[in-house]
Write a protein that binds this ligand. Structure first.
Ligand code: ACO
Length: 426
């Protein structure tokens, strides 16, 4: 196979190198395209554009494959913990026992939030969306921990601090939104248990940690831990490319994740399923609306830019829903509606022709509801899960020898040269 692609224009032939990834995916290297030809490329939504070379996550949207550092997400969901998966993503390999122990100690040591930060929390309007609070508080961390991240040690400390504190901050925002006192992290509890305890423990009703819920949360977070160059991760890389600090870059990623077409979809799915339930379970009406050309409504939790088959995460999520609800003896009418809707949609020619399958968000909200997480915290749960991915992508981009500040070009379509007219003459 040629390792070049030829571009022929106006009687001239330009040769562009072909880059081949470790799984055989091919890219045309256009690094020198403009300098050599005067052309730029146009690719709205970047559906055909590789922004970097990365060794973190591999996904194949046609085959429904997702691997972190080469390990299938199915294996991690079955055998790993979120903490170990976070280590794998950030450091590039599974930790030894001692490394895992040290990582746990560092997470524990950094899990408290500066008391002065509470004042910010307490002054947000009561109805504030937790994603808005979390993204701005993560940005504010830079003011509380202004040390520059230069040495490997400092970077590791900042990274661990973020992983440890974001979990505490998320639980704090929930407690404050309920008018409750926040609960401190406990050194005797592991990462997920600690989060659940900080969310649900009260002085009058101690929280009883249920093993099934902890495992469901571990799996939820493992499945969200990275997804290569999606909208929020690209935001982290792009903001980070200006060499801004890690907190600001992560905060930008959180803002991107908040959107209903991205991480906000898990909340939107539950709202949609609730509406279907309230209207007597007529999901067919929603299928028809999703298909109608003149209706902007989309079937939330369906479709994906990369997956053109069943999202492997959705498969695991659906199975976990059944397991969790069975184990805790909970019936959720939304799960029944979701399953019936999925079955009907997958037989519908519109969904088949458009390759629209359930994505990770379709079943995840049902798991979160069963754990007791309120709907407006769903995207925050996604953000905690995605944090290791954002961090590892930011770290990789900082060490990338091909790094340049992100600065796309455009095809200008505005007016040609025109001149200023003083206001009295307009
Ligand atoms: N319901 C109905 N039709 C859909 C849906 C949907 N959920 N998703 C895509 N389509 C249709 C579009 O109308 C379009 O149809 P047309 O070609 O006949 O005009 C076609 O499929 C392609 O749609 P695009 O918007 O070009 O697909 P894109 O890859 O840009 O969008 C996205 C992907 C944003 C995920 C889209 O499928 C969507 O809006 N889904 C619903 C929101 C959602 O679940 N988001 C979570 C994604 S996963 C994540 O971020 C964690």
């Amino acid at each position: 196979m040629d390792d070049i692609v030829k571009l022929v224009y106006d009687g001239k032939t330009y040769e562009l190198p072909v880059i081949v990834g470790s799984e055989g995916e091919r890219a045309i290297d256009i690094t020198n395209l403009r300098a050599d030809t005067g052309f730029i490329t146009l690719d709205p939504g970047f559906a055909n554009t590789g922004a970097c070379q990365s060794s973190i996550t591999y996904m194949d949207g046609e085959k429904g494959i997702l691997r972190y550092r080469g390990i299938p997400v199915e294996e991690l969901a079955e055998k790993s913990t979120f903490k170990e998966t976070a280590y794998l993503l950030i450091h590039g390999r599974l930790p030894s026992e001692e490394e895992l122990r040290n990582f746990s100690i560092m997470l524990n040591d950094n899990s408290l939030v500066h008391e002065d930060m509470k004042a910010f929390y307490q002054n947000y309007p009561r109805a504030s969306h937790p994603m808005g609070i979390l993204s701005s508080m993560v940005n504010a961390l830079r003011s509380f921990y202004p040390a520059l991240q230069i040495s490997e040690e400092e970077i590791n400390l900042t990274v661990t601090r973020l992983l440890a504190k974001v979990r505490t901050m998320a639980a704090m925002s929930y407690k404050i939104s309920r008018g409750h006192t926040s609960v401190y992290p406990r050194p005797d509890l592991a990462y997920c248990e600690n989060f659940l305890n900080m969310m649900f423990h009260t002085p009058v009703k101690p929280y009883r940690i249920k093993r099934e819920m902890v495992r469901a949360l571990e799996v939820f977070w493992i499945l969200h831990a990275d997804h290569e160059q999606n909208c929020s991760t690209s935001a982290v890389r792009m903001v980070g490319s200006a060499r801004t600090n890690l907190y600001a870059a992560i905060s930008a990623g959180m803002s991107a994740l908040w959107g209903p077409l991205h991480g906000g979809a898990n909340q939107a799915v539950i709202e949609m399923l609730t509406k279907i339930h309230e209207e007597g379970g007529n999901y067919q009406k929603f299928i028809e609306r999703a298909k109608a050309k003149d209706d902007p409504f989309r079937m939330m939790g369906f479709g994906h830019r990369v997956y053109k088959t069943y999202d492997p995460r959705a498969k695991i999520m659906k199975q976990k829903c059944d397991e969790l609800l069975g184990a805790i003896n909970l019936e959720d009418p939304l799960l029944d509606i979701a399953k019936e809707l999925e079955e009907a949609a997958l037989k519908d020619p519109y969904f088949v022709d458009h390759n629209l399958y359930p994505n990770v968000d379709f079943y995840s909200g049902i798991i979160l509801r069963a754990i007791g997480i309120p709907t407006n915290m769903f995207t925050v749960m996604f953000a905690i899960g995605r944090l290791p991915g954002w961090i590892s992508q930011w770290k990789e981009s900082m060490d990338d020898p091909q790094w340049r500040i992100s600065r796309p070009r455009q095809v200008y379509t505005g007016p040609n040269l025109t001149h200023y007219i003083p206001v009295e003459d307009r």
